[in-house]
Design a protein around this ligand. Sequence first.
Ligand code: FAD
Ligand code: MG
Ligand code: MG
Ligand code: MG
Ligand code: MG
Length: 561
Amino acid sequence: LGGPENLPILEQHIDAFDTPSKEELRHKPRLVILGSGWGSVALLERLDKNDYDVTVISPTNYFLFTPMLPSAAVGTLELKSLMESIRHIVRRVNGHYLQASAEKVLFSEKLIKVRCKETNKEFYVPYDKLVIAVGSTSNTHGVKGLQFSNQLKTAEDAIEIRRKIVHNIEKACLPTTTDEERKKLLSFVVCGAGPTGVEVAAEIFDLLNEDLPRHFPRILRQEISIHIIQSRSHILNTYDKTISEYAMNRFERDNIDLLTNSRVKEITPESVIFDQKNEKGEIERKEVPFGLCLWSTGVAQNPLAQQVVQDLSGSQKNKRAIETDSQLRVIGAPLGSVYAIGDCSTVRNDLAEHCADYVRKYIIGSHGHQISRAHSIITDDDIKNVVLSYKEIDGLAEDIAQQNPLSAEALSWVNEIVPEYDVNKSGFLTFDQIKLVLKEVDSKVTSLPATAQRANQQGKYLGRKLSKLCKASTTLSINDIFDGDIDNAISKPFKYRHLGSLAYIGNSAVFDLPGYSFVGGLVAMYLWRSIYFAQTVSLRTRVLLFMDWLNRGIFGRDLLA
Ligand code: FAD
Ligand code: MG
Ligand code: MG
Ligand code: MG
Ligand code: MG
């Protein structure tokens, strides 16, 4: 005991002396990683071994390959093929794993309050560096009756969906089942037409068309229905328009019932109640009975992330994610001690807030002074009286873009909006006007997507950086570290690269790659698979996935539950 609230502080892992490498690592800085998902695993893959004494804390002791979870939910793939033991992954860096959830971070004490769900016991884990990668939860939109629906986030969710589908089909075959009950059992409703909802609908469609006819009574075919309820007018609306349209046409042809412009009001044990807006703009209340209802309408904030934002409320401004700077450091936490990556985080766009700094640097830079001396010579008041020409603002924007790659694109068309802010058409902007320009730029930069792709890129970036930091701590001189900012001295800011999205639509994948889109066909299906195949973490999962596809091709889906 002895920690805050008189809870014990973890002094030493029970496996601290298990191997010579573990014993040696006890003297290294303690790196604690919260979560065992995409962000964490990418980080662990990039981290050099023997740099840190690593501890992963997560309630799930496996990594889950989420992009293929919809396939596992309907039995196209074995769930085990999508899971990889976190202990196996942690072993590479001679780290430790604790099955528990983080509840709170004490930033000044550098302690994490942790609870084990099964034992309901709490304790503290100390850290030197902390990475928060706890992901997101499902958005509820405050709808009543969600307990009657299913979600698809975890391995258990997939098992539950698969079990329900199989049992509903079997129940539908019983002689005691009425026609009406049968229709209800075979009605699948998906709320939310993002990639997950669309993929589940497509997988269910394939299952019903490819496997049911082989083994089940013919009558089932006519009684099956699939409905997608979507609040917007299009499905997959974050994708390219051609893709969205392709998917809609495809679903129409397949008799999948697309209910667009519809808002779910309530879910009862029997049916989904929703309001649909018709072409005249009138709202009609409607109801669809279901045997299985999937709720998949986007992400919401994880409870720990919520707690962190609340504890740092003086500095954190975003209500939906933990804000980091472009080095992925949590804003408001002691500099360089806490990072956040993946779904639970976002990189702040705050060019406007740092306008004075940028202008100061630009002026100093363009007059060739030594930065450190001039810093104090030009006061904030001097800066606020600055007036810059259009051409100078272009140069300023270029400088800022270099330091803020996430905003670079938005900054590249600054020259088009500058005249709008030059109220008296003088050819110059005042400091306050420049600040307004940067505000507009900030508002145009979209926040990072909640995707595996992003979490993976951030994890890799941070893993590499943490290893560099460890080595730099012995080689860097004070002169290398400007303003005490080691991160900035050794690494470039994080830069997100959009590599395209993929979604599965009934035996053909749709692609959204930067530059061009192409849709449909068998080739697409294999490409879809091979891309995921290459991303798969280990040889073991790769072999298992391959076996699953082979199996499905030869024997059809497995309908045991
Ligand atoms: P996660 O991978 O969710 O990991 C979070 C981890 O934190 C988990 O291990 C969790 O158990 C743990 N955790 C939670 N709370 C705590 C706590 N308090 N303390 C400690 N640990 C905690 N993205 C794509 O790019 N392409 C796709 O095709 C795609 N398909 C998807 C399909 C489905 C069905 C789903 C659900 C998601 C899909 N995604 C896809 C999104 C992708 O899975 C997420 O964006 C990604 O998992 C985010 O990674 P992360 O590391 O932030 O969080
Ligand atoms: Mg993670
Ligand atoms: Mg994951
Ligand atoms: Mg997906
Ligand atoms: Mg995360």
